[in-house]
Design a protein around this ligand. Structure first.
Ligand code: FE2
Length: 424
């Protein structure tokens, strides 16, 4: 007797299978499972995927749009200064309430793991207190990983470094940084040496907001690759954004990509936010500001897609849907070959899980029983429609259900059922 069987779903690789769940683990995946179960989800004709993973988010700022005012210029820098005001007036309780509201929403969209950067700049560290509480409160159904993020720079404020260390001591999981925002290029490079040393000493992962600028001379990723290799941190370091690479000289990039690959650094572009924030100082032609995704992948570099922002000082919209993120990335990076579209789906599931170091993830016996049933026939159709998450299962329990997205026409004489799906 199993606890739950998800019957007849199509897996991302095209296999049709039943998935049996015992407790919080996947017990079996077979073409047909005839044993009984306490609960059954009929997924025939629907896509059953491992859960979505968001490897880059800012949960301390989410759902705060318009407080204390909107970002008039739409730039990264105005967003940072706006957030600088907000983080000192927001209470711990308010931040917890917004974050929990966002987590509910994310779970309903099939996101079951999030890496969130937490601003460690203010001496009160209310952001850290609030997010640690949220991490505890959601842990039964959502894996929340926190990054100590010195938003205003490790060295640019008097207590930047000290507060980052305090946050790690309080239990924050990952070391963050923002080298392009330090006062000088050299300070940025020094900050990376310092942060990688801290991570190596403490056995932690690293995730750097790296070169989030249109300045082609912002080359901190080169230093991050060097420090990653020097400290033997390969496989534990991610470079988020890397937007300057969009504008870099091609000859330099031809040297840079093998260095990133050799160091074992993963890349996390955030296409919705990058397309909105970058190129703001350009007239025409206007740069897209997305890093070189296909080119990195061709060099064997692991690349995921992150969401970054929902309704906050940097972004006035947002859907908590990793399919929207992949959809935007697919368009801006022109990844429209069927293999590339399918890869975009893998990027927001398995690749993101690998980048943030999730163990026991995936649709395989023995893995954690977490999955999402989508109203789509396959991963490419899921990207095209960004359809309803019919059921979301987290650690063996059904945590969300949604209705299908079909429509009934009400045009006189043409009362038809409109099905958005074509497959299968
Ligand atoms: Fe970010």
């Amino acid at each position: 007797m199993f606890d739950l069987i998800v019957k007849g779903g199509t897996l991302p690789d095209g296999r049709v299978a039943d998935i049996a769940i015992s407790g919080n683990l996947i017990a079996a995946i077979e073409p047909q499972i005839t044993a009984d179960a306490r609960d059954v989800i009929d997924a025939s004709g629907d896509l059953v995927a491992p859960p979505f993973v968001d490897p880059h988010f800012h949960m301390d700022a989410t759902l705060s749009y318009g407080t204390p005012r909107v970002n008039a210029s739409g730039t990264l820098l105005e967003g940072i200064s706006l957030w600088g005001e907000l983080r000192d007036i927001a209470t711990v309780d308010e931040m917890i309430e917004r974050a929990l509201r966002y987590c509910d929403w994310a779970v309903s969209m099939g996101i079951l793991a999030i890496r969130s950067h937490v601003d460690t700049t203010p001496d009160h560290l209310n952001t850290v207190t609030a997010m640690l509480e949220v991490r505890d409160r959601v842990s039964e159904y959502l894996d929340l990983q926190l990054v100590a993020f010195p938003q205003d720079g490790l060295y640019r404020t008097p207590t930047g470094r000290e507060n980052l260390i305090r946050a790690l001591d309080m239990g924050v999981d990952v070391v963050g940084g923002i080298p392009h925002f330090e006062r000088r290029m050299q300070d940025g490079a020094d900050s990376l040496a310092d942060l990688c040393q801290i991570a190596a000493d403490r056995g932690l992962m690293v995730d750097i907001h790296c070169d989030e600028t249109d300045d082609p001379m912002s080359r901190h990723i080169e230093t991050l690759a060097y420090e990653t290799q020097r400290h033997g941190l390969g496989g534990r370091v991610a470079g988020s954004h890397l937007t300057s690479m969009h504008s870099m000289d091609n000859y330099y990039v031809s040297k840079l990509l093998p260095l990133i690959a050799e160091a074992g650094i993963a890349a996390i572009p955030n296409p919705i936010i990058n397309i909105v924030l970058q190129g703001r100082h350009d007239t025409f032609p206007k740069r897209r500001g997305l890093t070189r995704v296909r080119e990195m992948q061709a060099h064997g570099i692991t690349v995921g897609w992150g969401q970054d922002c929902v309704l906050d000082p940097w972004y006035s919209l947002g859907t908590a849907d990793m399919l929207d993120v992949a959809f935007m990335g697919m368009h801006v990076a022109q990844m429209t070959h069927p293999d590339e579209m399918a890869r975009c789906f893998t990027m927001v599931t398995e690749t993101n899980a690998q980048i943030i170091g999730l163990s026991d993830y995936g649709l395989k016996p023995g893995a954690q029983a977490s999955l999402v049933v989508l109203d789509a026939g396959d991963p490419i159709e899921a990207l095209r429609l960004r359809p309803a998450r019919l059921a979301v299962v987290s650690k063996g329990k059904i945590v969300a259900r949604s209705a299908r997205g079909d429509a009934e026409l009400a045009i006189p004489g043409r009362a038809n059922h409109v099905r958005r799906r074509v497959r299968p």
